[in-house]
Ligand binder design. Structure first.
Ligand code: AGP
Length: 609
């Protein structure tokens, strides 16, 4: 998820672009760049690191001009570096891009065979080469961009400029956001409204498959096939802060609602049903190595640890590899046995958690192979690993992890199917069916999110209690743990997650009318037994909220509050059933007025002992 801002008009564009980018840093900030046309040629300045570094460089050597494009990067392909920063330039063409080009490897190979010389590791540079090549054989920049985009599969929001057209920008959108801003003798485009609110509140939101030619006096919108598009201009009434949250009250709520898109982005280009394999790149080992794995050790902290607990079920069932799950801090404390045939998988959204980083050092000392799962390209944990399977969740601003958790689950599920195919524990048809389940997740998530108001009412019913218990069995046990962590860390209400089968071994002593119990009970093999647990709780005066599947009758007669999730294959139920728990925790915290995005005593990344 990157930030794009562009301008064409009568003002000096550098200041406007940098200001706009500063309102998009929540979209990504590992590098930044700007390109300005000074009516003679285009100057490009790029800088690794935060936007402030670029601003400093431009203070010393400003770029005069009234047409320009800018970009803040959140790396998905290619480490954060000046070379990989946008804008990318090839001859007279300059491009910025937000998205993922799925067929980037084949296009790059084709271009290199035709003599193109690449200077970066990014998928974006391919666009600059394609447009630059097309310009030589077409009359307009617009047509050159259209021809390039017809070769591209995947998501993009792009802005293109070239030296021959000093007063024109071409923008195009598919699956990544792009909004056009209309001013008086000046026009804007950006990834998001906050970037341009200071200059105009008159905007047009582009739709997928559309392209626009922007000059200082006009915006001409059309489809890639040349069909003219008429779009109403909308007046934005949000404040700046509201705009960064896209109208959501908190970043956490925005990120909960981003999850369908985040899963789509994490799966994009990696799940090929035809091949029934998972083209997971950067795994750092081939089939022979995959078959030599004797044990998998998942290592993580907090929410990532709960993702690891879910991953264990999938890796053992689908890839049939004995899998252990370790709290990073305990792994460090224990001085574990490590074998060269271990595959150690550190899971870390930030890629910087100290306990997980230290655990990797121990595993490496034991000659294990390390495959990281992380959301931040080239962060410390991926750098210390043999390979990394990246989630594409974009920056997660809320301290309580939500979208990164479900993205981690999607990555673990893909990995389990991938290893199952490599180790021949899954047939092609089994893998294809499992991947089709995964591709359904975004739509199923949308159905759950439609129940936000219903969940808010359930949250109100428990917000006044001091304690809560979360129960689950099998794949739902880690989800119960995660629901308890979400509730405690943002609402400060004491909450415990427990394996439902453990109730009779102690926790049932806690049950009375003052103990709300949230039970994750999807329609799977554990349903009958967990219905029994619910009845034990109700018999002792406990108050139960059941997260149930809409397609089962087993629990229909139980006198409890119910939140129905859509019917789904049991294998993917954890990725769906966690959403009501995220929203339940969010609304309890919001009712209690705690600082939802930055709860007391917590840091987003724990880089200290
Ligand atoms: C999750 O809501 C918490 N904020 C915390 O437990 C977090 O998951 C943990 O600190 C691990 O962080 P990481 O994924 O960046 O390593």
């Amino acid at each position: 998820m990157c930030g794009i801002v562009c301008y064409v008009g009568h003002q000096d564009c550098s200041r406007i672009i940098l200001d706009g980018l500063s309102h998009l840093e929540y979209r990504g900030y590992d590098s930044a760049g700007i390109a300005v046309h000074n009516q003679k040629d285009i100057k490009v300045v790029r800088q690794q690191g935060k936007l402030s570094g670029l601003e400093e460089r431009l203070k010393d050597s400003p770029l005069p001009g009234t047409t320009g494009i800018g970009h803040t990067r959140w790396a998905t392909h290619g480490r954060p570096s000046e070379n990989n920063a946008h804008p990318h330039r090839v001859d007279d063409t300059v491009v910025v891009h937000n998205g993922i080009i799925e067929n980037h490897l084949e296009l790059r190979a084709e271009l290199e065979r035709a003599g193109a010389v690449f200077s970066s590791e990014t998928d974006t540079e391919i666009l600059a080469h394609l447009v630059s090549r097309n310009i030589k054989s077409t009359t307009s920049l617009k047509d050159a961009v259209k021809s390039a985009l017809k070769r591209v599969q995947g998501s993009y929001a792009i802005v293109v400029m070239c030296e021959a057209n000093p007063n024109e920008l071409i923008v195009a959108k598919n699956a990544s956001p792009l909004v056009l801003g209309m001013g008086d003798g000046e026009m804007f485009a950006a990834s998001d409204v906050p970037a341009i609110l200071k200059y105009t509140r008159d905007v047009m939101f582009m739709e997928d498959g559309e392209l626009a030619v922007i000059t200082k006096d006009a915006v001409t919108l059309e489809t890639l096939d040349g069909e003219p598009v008429v779009r109403d201009v909308k007046k934005i009434t949000w404040s700046h802060i509201q705009a960064e949250k896209e109208g959501y009250k908190h970043f956490m709520l925005k990120e909960i609602f981003q999850q369908p898109t985040v899963i789509e982005d994490t799966l994009r280009g990696r799940v090929s049903i035809e091949g029934s394999g998972v083209a997971t790149e950067l795994m750092g080992f081939d089939d022979a190595t995959a078959r030599r794995i004797r044990r998998i050790v998942l290592i993580a902290c907090g929410t990532s640890y709960h993702a690891a607990l879910v991953g264990k079920y999938w890796l053992e069932k689908l890839a049939q590899v004995p899998t252990e799950v370790e709290l990073a801090s305990e792994y460090r404390a224990r001085g574990p046995l490590v074998d060269p045939n271990d595959l150690v998988i550190p899971i870390s959204q930030s890629g910087e958690t100290l306990d997980t980083m230290e655990a990797i050092r121990i595993a490496k000392a034991g000659a294990a192979r390390i495959l990281a799962i992380s959301n931040v390209v080239d962060s410390a944990i991926p750098r210390a690993s043999d390979g990394t399977l990246y989630t594409h969740a974009g920056p997660e601003i809320g301290v309580a992890s939500t979208k990164c958790f479900t993205a981690q689950l999607a990555a673990l599920y893909m990995l389990a199917v991938h290893l199952g195919r490599r180790r021949l524990t899954l047939t092609k048809d089994q893998a294809r069916e499992l991947l089709e389940y995964l591709l359904r997740v975004p739509k199923l998530m949308v159905e759950v999110l439609k129940k936000n108001e219903e969940i808010k009412a359930l949250a109100q019913s428990i917000a006044g209690y001091r304690d809560a218990l979360f129960l689950g069995r099998g794949l739902s046990f880690p989800i119960a743990l995660e629901g308890a962590l979400k509730l405690k860390e943002i609402s400060y209400m004491h909450a415990e997650g427990y394996a439902a089968g453990e109730m009779k071994h102690g926790p049932i002593a806690l049950i009375d009318e003052n103990m709300p119990v949230v039970v994750v009970m999807p329609n799977d093999d554990s349903l009958k037994r967990i219905v029994g647990n619910v009845q034990e709780v109700l018999a002792r005066g406990g108050k139960v909220i059941g997260i149930v599947s809409e397609d089962e009758q087993e629990s229909a007669s139980i006198d409890m509050a119910r939140l129905e999730i859509p019917a789904c294959p049991p294998e993917i139920s954890p990725i769906i059933s966690v959403l009501p728990l995220q929203l339940l925790a969010y609304h309890v915290a919001d009712f209690k007025g705690t600082d939802v995005d930055q709860p007391r005593n917590l840091a987003k990344t724990v880089t200290v002992e």
